[in-house]
Design a protein around this ligand. Structure first.
Ligand code: URP
Ligand code: ZN
Ligand code: ZN
Ligand code: ZN
Length: 483
């Protein structure tokens, strides 16, 4: 069935204009003033509202096996909750155990994700190295639409990638035209500080931020950036939480390097006082890495978004309920790391970004959708309102408001890090593949309707990188042969 979104103002990354949008066969068929409606077209009244590209959350972990348990949100419930907040695509992570073949892990995650209601794609983590990893990276990029590889510089003794792995993987990614991404924390330092804190008798969640100070993140971000610089590979630093990592990114960008930065909605708005909550369950519910930071850092992160040094917003949606968090009751290092938010990112960003004058509506579209589509090379199929693009859209009422609560959210987690926050500006309708999947508080998510989205290698910025590298290629000095 065709769907016409009528009477709204289309807001894209570039401009805003009055237009109707016709969707059919999963695609946008027309954008304009007077569109002929095929018989039987469903009409969505967008009068007084904005019509934007559906949100892309480039960092989620649905049903992730992690720290002895499995994230409580699965691919179906998670993509459905995302619809309720105007997000129509996620990029999740395949995370192989050390020594687990990449292809085997990839196939396992593809199987889990078949239940997704919305479109999805996968970054694949490189957690160890040998010739088979080198080969599988090739297979994933050439045959399976993977164009980004993730590296955890933290989680020592589990999935942490040492510098040797980074160097091997970054070099391989460069050959294949993929982008590297990093979770930037110095895992060795984190481990050292954790042991010191436990020895000093600090066993509660307050130990979590103390064991992961901003310097630990700044160091790792800078190290990854410099490795990427030497190897000439584009780099995307996930969940920047502090001034130190932002400074490393900003410095590199000012030097002309292709480095991209992501910030989580939570890091923009929540500070580290949460870890000192006298209620253990509440404090533990906020345990995620990198941790929420002293308020001072939020100002820098917002400025990073405003200046364009940070390009994307995500959630790192990785849900663990209270009984799961309780695994760390006597030792904070055993609290499963992760918080939710895939449903709330867009509204929180609109309210505190556009509502407070930090972002224009067009900039909001960039940081919630278009930039992620461009960096991960699925633009303009995703992240745009243009003829031929996937009909993934959100109808946004800038005047309506709601109060965020775990009691009313659709996420499969018993806690909401934004609990009690009233936001103005909400998704009234979400359209996925041309279908209305969220309308005025009603979810119509269909299990299994989501599609795996292939992402081609050699994104447009690769050409610039190649030309730069060509100009800098080491050249031998021609000399006369010795007598
Ligand atoms: O605490 C977090 N962020 N958990 C998920 C895994 C990761 O580091 O992104
Ligand atoms: Zn991470
Ligand atoms: Zn400062
Ligand atoms: Zn993550």
């Amino acid at each position: 069935m065709a769907t016409l979104i009528r009477g709204g103002t289309v807001v894209t990354a570039e401009h805003s204009f009055r237009a109707d949008v016709l969707c059919a066969d999963g695609r946008i068929q027309a954008v304009g003033g007077k569109i002929d409606m095929p018989a039987g077209t469903q009409v969505v009244d967008a009068g007084g509202q904005l019509v934007m590209p559906g949100g892309i959350d480039p960092h989620t972990h649905m049903e992730l096996p992690f720290m002895g348990t499995t994230a409580s949100e699965d691919f179906y419930s998670g993509t459905a909750a995302a619809f309720a907040g105007g997000t129509t695509m996620i990029i999740d992570f395949v995370i192989p155990d050390p020594q687990e073949p990449l292809m085997a892990a990839y196939k396992k995650w593809r199987g889990w994700a078949e239940k997704a209601a919305g479109d999805y794609s996968f970054h694949v983590a490189v957690t160890w190295w040998d010739e088979s990893v080198h080969r599988d990276m090739g297979t994933l990029t050439r045959e399976h639409g993977v164009n980004s590889f993730k590296h955890f510089m933290a989680y020592k003794g589990a999935i942490m990638a040492e510098d040797e792995v980074l160097v091997n993987s970054f070099s391989r990614a460069r050959e294949l035209g993929a982008i590297c991404t990093v979770h930037a924390e110095n895992g060795e330092l984190v481990f050292h500080l954790q042991q010191q804190l436990l020895k000093a008798g600090i066993t509660g969640p307050e130990g979590h931020p103390l064991s992961r100070p901003p310097e630990v993140e700044g160091e790792a971000a800078n190290r990854a950036i410099r490795i990427a610089e030497v190897l000439g590979v584009p780099l995307y630093v996930v969940h920047n939480s502090c001034r130190q990592s932002l400074e490393a990114i900003t410095r590199a960008r000012n030097e002309g390097q292709r480095v991209f930065g992501e910030v989580l909605a939570g890091h923009l708005l929540i500070d580290d006082s949460v870890y000192r909550n006298p209620d253990w369950n509440t404090a533990a519910a906020y345990v995620m890495s990198p941790p929420f930071r002293a308020k001072e850092h939020q100002k820098h992160l917002w400025r990073g978004l405003q200046s364009g040094n940070l390009q994307t917003t995500a959630t790192d949606h990785c849900c663990f309920c209270a009984p799961q968090k309780a695994a760390g009751r006597t030792d904070f290092t055993k609290i499963p790391n992760g918080t939710g938010g895939v449903e709330d990112r867009m509204a929180v960003l609109w309210h505190h970004g556009v509502g407070k004058g930090r972002l224009t509506p067009n900039e909001f579209v960039r940081v919630t959708s278009t930039n992620a589509a461009q960096i991960f090379n699925i633009y303009p199929r995703k992240g745009s309102v243009s003829v031929g693009a996937d009909a993934d859209l959100v109808v946004w009422d800038p005047a309506a408001s709601r109060t965020i609560s775990a009691k009313t959210h659709h996420q499969q987690i018993d806690f909401n890090i934004f609990e009690g926050m009233t936001v103005q500006g909400i998704a009234t309708h979400t359209i996925s593949q041309g279908n209305v999947v969220w309308a005025d508080g009603q979810l119509n998510a269909v299990r299994g309707a989501g599609r795996y989205i292939d992402r081609p290698t050699f994104a447009p910025y690769y050409d610039a990188i190649r030309r730069q590298a060509d100009a800098r290629r080491p050249r031998a000095v021609p000399r006369a042969a010795a007598e």
